[in-house]
Design a protein around this ligand. Structure first.
Ligand code: NDP
Length: 254
């Protein structure tokens, strides 16, 4: 049976678009106060206004989580405003694909910085507050949901460094789960297949034309809300039930 999120506080990274925005909307709809973290402040403020108009509570927090200090300040701002933190959704990410031969190493650095380092910095800053919520708040449970990927289960040619970051996210999730689960901080990973979002748009034009657009044009992909539903399912389980892994694919994606 689902538990309510009323009175809880959730922080969603990458809430300015795609899966993060949909997840923030849905968690707010379930009664959580939501902190929206990303770099594009105008987008965050527009979403916060939309959530507030619908009767929810939202805080826009501009931060580049690849900067450890900014990630820490962002978490600090949320706890200062709401007094606690119950749920962290590590969603911010970047997917820049293409062959390793002749690759643009600067693209690798950017991907590793957000998909891995940003997730680690945010998690490290949030953990003391999540442990405290699990100990002292009425629900006595807290959650970290990491947005991994199908690409964190299966590697494929042309996706090597993205694969490396998402396999890393999955490994870190399981390690941290074992570390804190008996203190009632649940740690799980959501593994989406293809989702309609801005993710592919950051690639070079030839990659978009040859790899990304043909796949998306020929497949009925997931909507961000499909993933938001999965996250919501995980964080509304009763205290004794932890979902460690949720793999969500478009039916048409083999
Ligand atoms: P989007 O590109 O729409 O969203 C990515 C989000 O990450 C944006 O809100 C962006 O905000 C934020 N972000 C990027 N860099 C930073 C940074 N340095 N600091 C803070 N925020 C940052 O893509 P999706 O919604 O699809 O992606 C969300 C997650 O889902 C990613 O981790 C992705 O790998 C994963 N995923 C997506 C799939 C898909 O097919 N779409 C499939 C499997 C997994 P801003 O630019 O404002 O900072």
């Amino acid at each position: 049976m689902a538990t309510t999120l009323t009175g809880t506080v959730a922080l969603v990274t990458g809430a300015s678009s795609g899966i993060g925005a949909a997840t923030a909307r849905e968690l707010a709809g379930q009664g959580a106060s939501v902190a929206l973290v990303a770099r594009r402040k105008d987008r965050l403020e527009a979403l916060a206004a939309e959530i507030e108009k619908a009767g929810g509570t939202a805080l826009a927090v501009e931060a580049d989580i690849t900067d450890r200090h900014q990630a820490e300040v962002a978490v600090g701002q949320v706890v200062e405003r709401f007094g606690r933190l119950d749920t962290l959704v590590n969603n911010a990410g970047l997917m820049l694909v293409g062959p390793v031969v002749g690759a643009d190493a600067e693209e690798w650095d950017r991907m590793i910085a957000v998909n891995v380092q940003g997730l680690l910095y945010t998690t490290r800053a949030a953990l003391p507050h999540l442990l405290k919520a699990a100990e002292q708040a009425p629900r006595q449970v807290a959650d970290i949901v990491n947005i991994g990927s199908y690409a964190g289960r299966v590697a494929s040619s042309g996706f090597g460094v993205y694969n490396a970051t998402k396999f890393g996210v999955h490994a870190f999730t399981e390690s941290l789960r074992q570390e804190v689960t008996q203190r009632h901080v649940r740690v799980g990973v959501v593994e989406p297949g293809a989702v309609e979002s801005e993710l592919g748009t950051h690639n070079k034009p030839e990659i978009r034309d040859e790899v990304i657009n043909p796949f998306f044009d020929g497949t009925e992909v997931l909507a961000p809300e499909d993933i938001a539903d999965g996250v919501t399912y995980m964080v509304t389980r009763p205290r004794h039930a932890a979902v460690g892994e949720l793999w969500i694919m478009p039916t048409e994606q083999a």
